[in-house]
Design a protein. Sequence first.
Length: 159
Amino acid sequence: MIILVGVLSAVAIGKFADTTAASVPAFADQAKTLLRYGQKLAIAQNRPIYVQVGSNSLGLCANAGCTQQIAAPSGSNSGTSATVAACGGTTWYCEAAPTSMSVSTGTPFTFFFDREGRPFLGSDSTTSDTSNFTGLVLTIAGSTPARTVTVERETGYVH
């Protein structure tokens, strides 16, 4: 009986200690939430909201240069050490992947949701109906199977 309890304890402690298994789906959910919030904010405020896509982070801004950052809805984002390092703080809505995983998008870039929630490249005109945005697929990888977060080209639908 004691041996059985010891074996079960060792297995259970190993599962609880490995938080990276839950980190990949959790960060994918955070990324989707951030993108959807940016799209809804653009519609609600009737103005463009920019998404800054970094090598391992996503952030919301009110302008293309990201000098006017959007505050996190709760007043602060997750505040993990990776987020603080990649985003420079915890008060604006920016999230970074934990150090145990990677996010691949190609090269870092900026795009925005227009006042109707449609995605445009950061270099597109905010007064034009012509978008050069070709879609976005974030691949989030860690110790568990990779997850993807997609922003559709025409509608900006995030899934």
